[in-house]
Ligand binder design. Structure first.
Ligand SMILES: [Zn+2]
Length: 408
């Protein structure tokens, strides 16, 4: 999940409203990238591989839009209000999907964070039960493989925003018992025990309690997810964690200098734990011109949040503001695969995967507007000459390895 969910009105924890970033690049089309053609060969390899996506925000989106209370709601039908449904997951060749329970940072002030997370986790369980011919819950790496072999889609659960535990290790345990297998330490705001990449530091990384959270997650076999964490939090987590750590939806800072992306040093650090980075598909995290625009969004959200507007006013002001923006950068599959390529060269395919962030992003790369687009990644990797073995690692095998190591 990218920005503050709109139904919440928030004030940043530090109360600071940052000024908008300097000049934003106008529309840029890339000379080196464009649309690509899918070949039979790539489709065959993609079908043969186990394809796992590490981050999808559909549960919160369903609840926000009230879709589950519409009579006859089914993921077996096309859901144009979402970027995800079963027909498109099938078209995208997705064998395993991590769905997240996203907890807005506002809950640190208003309370109800745990309730919001549990509501989404229950929705995931409910969706798995009502689509049991298509979906099955997976809580182990072995289960993912077994479910995929039965031609069903394995559903995994992640929690986004460490404030979801409301500063209690007992609550953390409850999430594990409900099937959660990773948790991001923060979202866009620093928590009582971990600093966020898009907020002012409160602890210089992890607090002592934050270190305890990491150790508890290690003991349970819940993956520590460092997407959204500040650089110091990432360093602290790498130092403290005895199990591999992941970034479930983060891209490369050396290509797109967004605060949300990871530096080469941190990518190497994460790989050094045996963990992995799963690339985010959001064009503002991928295209070199996206970082300034993304920062402007975060700043604008914060500024409006400080104004005490109603949700309707908030949305109207946000829509108005967006009209003055230059067009979003045109981002192609090649821009996305540039990030994968960079990371493979840096740390090897064992430490790289996919974490699309669909249903948490406002748009995706050209040809990849939703979960049906995953085969294009396979195609571009093939076009660049990557081996079948490396492509299969990126598509899912690396995550299976990391999860099984965390289980051990
Ligand atoms: Zn996120």
């Amino acid at each position: 999940m990218l920005f503050t969910r709109r139904k919440f009105i928030s004030l940043t924890s530090n109360g600071i409203v940052l000024p908008l970033m300097g000049p934003i690049h106008p529309f840029t089309s890339s000379e080196s990238h464009g649309e690509i053609a899918l070949t039979e060969e790539a489709i065959r390899l993609h079908r043969e591989a186990l394809v796992l996506d590490g981050h999808n925000d559909m549960p919160g989106n369903i609840l926000d839009k009230g879709l589950n209370s519409i009579p006859g709601f089914s993921l077996n039908k096309a859901q144009p209000q979402l970027q995800t449904d079963i027909p498109r997951l099938r078209k995208g060749g997705v064998d395993a999907q991590v769905w997240v329970a996203y907890v807005a940072p506002e809950h640190m002030r208003t309370g109800g964070g745990m309730q919001a997370a549990i509501e989404q986790i229950e929705l995931i369980h409910q969706l798995v039960n009502t689509h049991s011919d298509q979906l099955e819950l997976a809580t182990t790496s072995q289960a993912i493989t077994d479910i995929a072999r039965r031609s069903k889609i394995a559903a995994l659960i992640g929690v986004e925003g460490g404030h979801a535990i409301e500063n209690s290790l007992k609550n953390l345990e409850q999430y594990f018992d409900l099937g959660t297998r990773y948790m991001t330490l923060t979202h866009n705001e620093s928590t009582d025990w971990a600093d966020s990449s898009t907020d002012s530091p409160r602890h210089g990384g992890l607090s002592r309690f934050g270190e305890k959270v990491i150790r508890s997650m290690n003991e349970m076999g819940m993956l520590v997810d460092l997407s959204h964490s500040s650089d110091d939090t990432v360093r602290d987590a790498i130092r403290v964690s005895k199990a591999p750590v992941i970034a479930s939806h983060s891209s490369v800072k050396a290509i797109c200098p967004s605060k949300r992306n990871l530096s080469d040093e941190l990518i190497k650090g994460i790989a050094g734990t045996g963990g992995m980075v799963m690339v985010n598909f959001f064009p503002l995290f991928l295209h070199p011109d996206g970082a300034g625009l993304n920062q402007a969004y975060i700043d604008q959200t914060r500024e409006l949040s400080s104004k005490n507007l109603s949700p309707e006013q908030f949305r109207a002001e946000m829509d108005n503001w967006q009209k003055q923006l230059p067009p979003m950068p045109q981002c192609y599959v090649g821009h996305l695969v540039d990030h994968i390529d960079h990371m493979i060269k840096l740390v090897g395919a064992d430490h790289v995967g996919l974490g699309s962030d669909y249903d948490g992003i406002t748009y995706g790369p050209v040809q990849m507007p939703d979960v049906s687009g995953f085969p294009y990644v396979t195609q571009d990797l093939m076009n660049r000459g990557y081996s079948t073995g490396d492509i299969k690692k990126i598509l899912g095998k690396s995550f299976l390895r990391v999860l099984s190591e965390a289980e051990a």
